[in-house]
Design a protein around this ligand. Structure first.
Ligand SMILES: O=C(CO)[C@@H](O)[C@H](O)COP(=O)(O)O
Length: 166
């Protein structure tokens, strides 16, 4: 089984109230958008040397084929984030057509951490989990909830169910 990882998106958070850290989240998700034009292999190596995990995010318009060289080579990333909205802000509508990418990735890389981000909620989480995502970023859902810990546990359950556990 792949460990479910639930990552509240800090874009939707109140920085003056980070009680979320005590609600059972595995990661905190922070968007930093920039254009990288350097040496990819060197960057990955430097991240790994610091005992951190390199990952890569795919915007909705990027084809899945573009990520394969970053997973198959020597300096491979350890997580792929399939954006399910265009990056920029929270509260957007989930793009179900992105599930083809998640599915293709899961088929080719059974033990890869695959993350989805954007528009995740009760009506979309199961779709993402059954396509093979084991890491979920959620902004409005978590930070808008009266009981964030409960929401986080439901998301975890959804991934476990999709994996046939629990
Ligand atoms: O990075 C982004 C958007 O760029 C996301 O992390 C959003 O913050 C997710 O928000 P919700 O769609 O869950 O409200």
């Amino acid at each position: 089984m792949l460990k479910p990882k639930i990552a509240p998106s800090m874009l939707s958070s109140d920085f003056a109230n980070l009680a979320m850290l005590k609600c059972g989240a595995d990661w905190l998700h922070l968007d930093i958008m920039s254009l990288f034009t350097g040496n990819w292999g060197e960057l990955v190596q430097r991240i790994k040397l610091k005992s951190m995990w390199p990952g890569v995010a795919l915007k909705p318009g990027t084809n899945i084929e573009e990520v394969y060289p970053l997973l198959d080579g020597e300096d491979s990333v350890e997580m792929v984030l399939c954006m399910t909205v265009d990056p920029g802000f929270g509260g957007q509508k989930f793009m179900p057509e992105m599930m083809n990418k998640v599915h293709a990735l899961r088929k080719k890389y059974p033990s890869l951490d695959i993350e989805v981000d954007g528009g995740l909620g009760p009506s979309t989480i199961d779709m993402a989990a059954s396509a093979g995502a084991n890491c979920i970023v959620a902004g409005s859902l978590v930070f808008g909830a009266s009981d964030p810990a409960h929401v986080i546990s439901l998301m975890r359950k959804s991934i476990e169910n999709a994996q046939g556990v629990g």
